[in-house]
Design a protein around this ligand. Structure first.
Ligand code: AMP
Length: 397
């Protein structure tokens, strides 16, 4: 796997696919610059070598139309601030104007191209469009993990125009390394904690990780499909009735593969889907009619935490309860604490994909775990065992 550290960019123009699809307020001011900050180490390395950086990204869904709202001119100031360099901007990403701006770029300078998705060809993975983009730089760098699961012109197709001059950025390398550390070279015992609302959205991940993990902890809304399938009473808890056979099949496969599965023994149940509802703690297999499980109970937290603290490698995807409501966030918080403690004691922990990432950020667990993925869909597809087009294109000879 080649990264920017394998190249000397002195006098070279690096064409970097970044993911600057940042949230903005109504005045189009950037409200969260995490994605820009995440790309900084790659850009810094290139500039330090004496190279220049041409940044290309999409923003929002302009659907092939040049629209002021989605123009990258609105984020130039924020990019300049984060990078500590006065970033140049060109209101095209291909064609003579973009080519001139790229050609005029001097070592140490940074150029931001206009939104790639102002051209339909980007999302279509159009080869001619990719070729036009490729004209702009000497070395192609892919640092956009967030879009690595898409075979778009700038994320994958373009790589073929740089047969020996292509590599990953440092963010991308960190993401790939984290996945590798869990799924390929993880130190045992390896524990996966899967939560969230539905079995159906996690089934491919479960099937892919079963041969790898020692322990599978299941929490969140998914729990109740498993419990009902095993003959438990789940009240009005969320359940995918048509996935009960699948749930039993997962449990059977896990047993065959020697994976220990942990389901919540007790649940915090409520008589309404509301933070203000009445609450009681009951056995997960005997939830009274009219009540629904919205969080894991204290016994469960104790068991899960013990398993987590005895693990050397931890993967966490999905909350263990309806963490958006404070009264049902305790289980997820306790699991975050246990992962934090295990990490402090030397375990490697990866938080990836969707709502667990939001939870970790909102509750300041980011520094307590080893790595928090920046790519929702891309991380989920990696955990499902799928090859990401953006990764495959750079790895290809
Ligand atoms: P996912 O996107 O599949 O990871 O699901 C995340 C969502 O699952 C969050 O919005 C949680 O509120 C929800 N969730 C977690 N536990 C439960 C539960 N016991 N009942 C209903 N929804 C839940």
């Amino acid at each position: 796997m080649k990264t920017v550290n394998d190249f000397n960019f002195n006098g070279k123009k690096a064409l970097i696919r970044v993911d600057f699809n940042v949230p903005q307020d109504e005045n189009l001011k950037v409200t969260d610059n995490t994605r820009i900050v995440s790309a900084k180490p790659t850009i810094d390395k290139i500039l330090k070598d004496g190279g220049s950086a041409i940044l290309m990204t999409h923003l929002g869904r302009p659907k092939g139309q040049a629209t002021d709202k989605f123009s990258l001119k609105h984020i130039v100031d924020e990019v300049s601030k984060v990078l500590g360099v006065s970033v140049k901007f060109v209101d095209e990403c291909v064609g003579p104007k973009a080519e001139k701006a790229a050609a005029d770029l001097k070592p140490g300078e940074v150029l931001l191209l206009e939104n790639l998705r102002f051209h339909n060809e980007e999302e279509k993975g159009d080869e001619e469009f990719a070729k036009q983009l490729a004209k702009l730089g000497d070395i192609y760098v892919n640092d956009a993990f967030g879009t690595a699961h898409r075979a778009h012109a700038s994320t994958a197709i373009i790589a073929k125009f740089f047969p020996s001059n292509k590599c990953f950025g440092l963010l991308m390398a960190k993401e790939l390394d984290a996945i590798q550390k869990v799924l390929k070279t993880g130190e045992k015992p390896i524990t996966a904690i899967l939560g969230g609302s539905k079995v159906s959205s996690k089934i491919t991940i479960i099937e892919n990780i079963l041969p790898v993990v020692d322990n599978l902890i299941i929490g969140g809304g998914m729990t109740y499909t498993f419990v009902k399938a095993q003959g438990g009473k789940i009240g009005k808890s969320i359940c995918e009735d048509d996935k009960q056979d699948l749930a039993l099949d997962i449990l059977k496969k896990a047993k065959e593969q020697g994976v220990k599965v942990y389901l919540p023994e007790d649940s915090v149940v409520a008589n309404d889907f509301s933070n203000d509802a009445d609450i009681q703690i009951v056995d997960t297999k005997s939830i009274p009619d009219g009540w629904e499980g919205l969080d894991v109970g204290p016994k469960t937290v104790k068991t899960f935490s013990e398993v987590i603290k005895a693990s050397k490698t931890i993967l966490w995807n999905g909350p263990l309860g309806v963490f958006e409501m404070p009264n049902f966030a305790k289980g997820t918080k306790s699991i975050g604490d246990a992962i934090g403690e295990a990490t402090k004691n030397g375990a490697f922990s990866l938080v990836g994909g969707g709502d667990s990432v939001a939870f970790v950020k909102q509750n300041n667990y980011t520094d307590k775990v080893s790595y928090v993925s920046t790519g929702g869909g891309a991380m989920l597809e990696s955990l499902e065992g799928k090859e990401l087009p953006g990764v495959a294109a750079v790895l290809k000879d």
